[in-house]
Design a protein around this ligand. Structure first.
Ligand code: ZN
Length: 202
């Protein structure tokens, strides 16, 4: 059957074409049976509240500071924000490896700095999150591996650590947008030169 190319105004909307439009709309609604790849690209209905972290999806963005009116609260739906989704799947967009002789002595300080940077980021951008912090073996030595949901957060963490402690940071972006960063933190010069230390550090 051939149809004329007419615009659909309320007047010429037949019962049939209304039904067609409705079914087209329905194909954009999240379907839990659809594959994960597809689900990820479908925005949730607004407002949506993340059951894990409390972020709110409104005006097409996930934020922790969206204000919900009573009317919006009544219509809210529960779901998971992309970051919580990623964290639960242990999916990372950024990977930072921390190594060097300075790591062992400053482990607690380094960790708290990382968590600090991450919690700052999360306040305004909930999709930027730490996936995991683990001790791993790297080059016969212990290293710290930090995985994040966002390459930007990984970059930020490496940058802040370098700013605070010194050392050397390197950044390697892949074509797929993921970042592999390293931060080498050497505590001081080799022990052979300890006589030269001017009373600072150990
Ligand atoms: Zn969440």
């Amino acid at each position: 059957m051939r149809t004329k190319n007419t615009t659909l105004t309320p007047r010429n909307l037949t019962k049939k074409s209304r039904g067609l439009i409705r079914s087209l709309n329905r194909s954009f609604v999240r379907d839990d049976k659809s594959p994960q790849v597809v689900r990820k690209t479908v925005p949730p209905k607004e407002p949506n509240v993340c059951a894990r972290c409390g972020a709110v999806f409104l005006h097409k963005t996930w934020r922790h500071d969206h204000k919900l009116t009573d009317e919006l609260l009544e219509r809210r739906q529960w779901g998971f924000c992309p970051a919580c989704d990623q964290v639960s799947r242990q999916e990372a967009q950024g990977r930072l490896i921390i190594r060097g002789s300075g790591l062992a002595k400053n482990r607690a300080l380094i960790r708290s700095r990382i968590e600090n940077v991450a919690s700052h980021a999360m306040a305004t951008q909930p999709e930027r999150r730490i996936v995991s912090i683990d001790t791993i073996n790297s080059k016969d030595d212990e290293a710290l591996e930090v995985l994040t949901t966002s390459q930007k957060l990984t970059h930020r963490i490496a940058h802040e650590l370098k700013k605070l402690f010194g050392g050397r940071a390197s950044y390697n972006w892949s074509d797929d947008g993921t970042l592999y960063a390293t931060w080498e933190f050497e505590r001081s010069k080799p022990k052979a030169k300890k006589a030269k230390q001017p009373g600072k550090g150990r």
